[in-house]
Design a protein around this ligand. Structure first.
Ligand code: PEP
Ligand code: MN
Length: 266
């Protein structure tokens, strides 16, 4: 690869601020919430529980990139409003996915951090547009078939436009393995922490697709050096509208958070 802005040789390690939360500092940051924003009642119930557990940032998809056009596409603008209201009520910053350049402005009004999903990692128009938003934190997920260098070039697209507030999110890649939904590539975490300036978190939910694997792969991600985790959780995981199979309960999330805290003291 050529000499990139994201390369450690070209500057300090980047810390990204989302409200009072810093990603890339000493604290391991936990982002959690449902795959999709489903309703106000459901989102506020989840938001209150997550706040009590000490989660740092609330997530929820309003625009959903579903494989089938016949599946639930998200509550869209209504979902954004619900997420924003709940974030304010429980006093947590929120992150949500933006899929279309035409929605960037609205998403920015409602969210504290914008997520570029796996399917849009190669959407260079979208990357350039969010790159122009100098103070807006961007969560850049790895394309499901992207090499490490393609992913870093995607980050470079954003950074070269002036926005350096980028957090990478490893969410697993497609391999010949099919027991799990994706193969969670923790090598990427080790490489990025060693050679690159951007903070990196891991999404063990999409990385495994299986809720019973989420706790152990969360700990493995932290052991590999991740700056935090993004985990899909729900008050009734089996009833989640999307990605129920990989969504964990509040009890399970509580144990993960406690184990990370214990680990720090060890
Ligand atoms: C998500 O985080 O809701 C999501 C759709 O993930 P990905 O883009 O990694 O598939
Ligand atoms: Mn999901």
């Amino acid at each position: 690869m050529e000499n990139l802005l994201v390369d450690k040789r070209n500057g300090e390690s980047i810390k990204v601020k989302i409200g009072n939360v810093t990603i890339g500092g000493d604290k391991k940051v936990i982002i959690s919430g449902p795959c999709s924003v489903e309703s106000y009642d459901n989102m506020i119930a989840i938001g209150r529980e997550l706040k009590d557990l000490g989660v740092d940032i609330l997530r929820g998809g309003a625009f959903k990139p579903r494989t089938s056009p016949y599946d639930f596409q998200g509550l869209q603008y209504e979902g954004l409003k619900i997420l924003n209201t709940v974030g304010k009520e429980v006093n947590l910053p929120i992150v949500t996915e933006v899929m279309d350049t035409r929605d960037i402005e609205t998403c920015m009004e409602y969210a504290d951090m914008l997520q570029i999903g796996s399917r849009n990692m190669y959407n260079y128009s979208l990357l350039k547009e969010v790159g122009k938003l100098k103070d807006v934190p961007i969560l850049l997920k790895r394309g499901m078939s992207a090499t490490l260098s393609e992913w870093l070039y995607a980050a470079e697209y954003i950074m070269s436009q002036g926005n350096t507030n980028i957090v990478l999110c490893e969410r697993g890649i497609r391999t010949f393995e099919s027991y799990t939904r994706n193969t969670l590539d923790l090598n990427s975490v080790a490489v990025i922490k060693d050679k690159y300036r951007l903070p990196i978190i891991v999404d063990p939910s999409h990385g495994t697709g299986l809720r019973e694997l989420v706790p152990v792969m969360s700990m493995a991600s932290i052991a590999a050096g991740a700056d935090g985790l993004m985990i899909e959780s729900h008050v009734q995981p089996d009833h989640a509208i999307s990605d129920a199979r990989q969504t964990i309960s509040m009890e399970s999330l509580k144990t993960i958070i406690e184990n990370i805290q214990k680990n720090r003291l060890a």
